[in-house]
Design a protein around this ligand. Structure first.
Ligand SMILES: [Zn+2]
Ligand SMILES: [Zn+2]
Length: 336
């Protein structure tokens, strides 16, 4: 099989031939059809975690067919269409899992494409607990980016405390933001897209936003307060300054939900106290959250806008993603 691997931190992508891996107990072999290229793949590419073992195949937006099932795997059978995201599985018996916080499993940190080889390959092995069922109605290319960018925005919004009719801001209109705006609109929120520049306004409206704030020339906090203040602001842009600047646009009991990774943000304690505001991070989700994301996307018509490239062009795909110029997600296809 072909795989696009990284042999050392900051090393180049190498297209190599490998033996097709055998699934061990509790794991599944997936014949990959498509895999999204996510900014977090830079952790593997650039050695973001010192303990990563190389060579490593990145990719945590993988979608394909169950090809073979290891011992002690229930429910999954060859031929099913499945996807795998950032969460690489969980034990089910540690204290965090027993409390239902599967994402925070204490027995091991399992991250697809980081602690094990991911989807930049013809085949990959996934823990059975990490696998989501993919519904009919989504092609492999359509479904792949929903396994990280999709579930992160969808699962954050549905757990944000916002209710239909509430004002919800989405800060940033990139890979995450263009999905966040669509999900927010389909969930029935008064959706406000906040991005830099005037040229994104028509896109925001096409994605379902009722309002657009150009934070290059407008004070986003002031504009949000004119709408009564946001119940939730989904912070997708990896821009600490922009995040800090929108906190003043939260309404009473409002929450800034952070999913974009930027530098330290600043907020005055009194600002939080005065409006009982919260600043909260959100972990993407586990496999069942991904499955819900895929189902909701079929139900509501939410789709990622993608640029597809074949697996052999992984290096180019990665550079394209890192350039910030992709509209909006880059997806590798295997032809399988
Ligand atoms: Zn990701
Ligand atoms: Zn656990």
């Amino acid at each position: 099989m072909r795989a696009a691997q990284i042999s050392r931190p900051n090393g180049p992508f190498e297209i190599v031939e490998r033996e097709i891996p055998e699934p061990g107990p509790g794991t599944i072999r997936i014949k990959v059809q498509a895999c999204g290229v996510c900014h977090s793949d830079s952790v593997t590419k650039e050695g973001g975690f010192p303990w990563i073992q190389y060579p490593r195949v990145p990719g945590h937006e993988a979608l394909g067919l169950v090809d073979s099932v290891g011992p002690n795997v229930h429910r999954w059978i060859p031929g099913q269409r499945v996807g795998v995201g950032w969460n690489g599985g969980y034990c089910g018996y540690c204290d965090a899992c027993r409390r239902g916080n599967f994402f925070a499993c204490q027995t091991s940190t399992r991250i697809t494409g980081i602690t094990s080889d991911g989807g930049y390959a013809d085949y990959m092995i996934a823990d059975a607990s990490a696998v989501a069922l993919v519904p009919e109605g989504l092609s492999a290319v359509e479904g792949a980016p929903l396994m990280c960018a999709g579930v992160t925005t969808f699962n954050c919004l549905r757990n944000s405390g916002a209710r239909p009719g509430d004002v919800v801001g989405v800060l940033g209109l990139g890979g995450l933001g263009h999905l966040g705006v669509q999900y927010a609109a389909k969930m029935g929120f008064r959706t406000v897209a906040i991005a830099r520049g005037g040229e994104e306004e028509s896109l925001a409206s096409k994605l379902g936003a009722q309002y657009y704030i150009n934070n290059q020339v407008q004070d986003a906090a002031v504009e949000l307060r004119k709408l009564g203040g946001a119940k939730v602001i989904l912070a997708t842009a990896p821009n600490a300054e922009a995040m800090s600047a929108v906190i003043g646009g939260l309404g009473v009991n409002g929450t800034l939900m952070i999913i974009g990774v930027g530098g330290p943000i600043s907020v005055a304690p009194f600002q939080l106290i005065e409006g009982s505001l919260s600043v909260k991070g959100w972990y993407s989700g586990t496999s069942i959250d991904s499955q819900d994301t895929l189902s909701f996307s079929v139900l509501s018509g939410v789709r990622s806008m993608n640029e597809a490239l074949p697996l052999e062009r992984a290096a180019e795909a990665y550079d394209r993603m890192m350039s910030g110029k992709a509209r909006f997600r880059v997806v590798l296809t295997t032809g399988n």
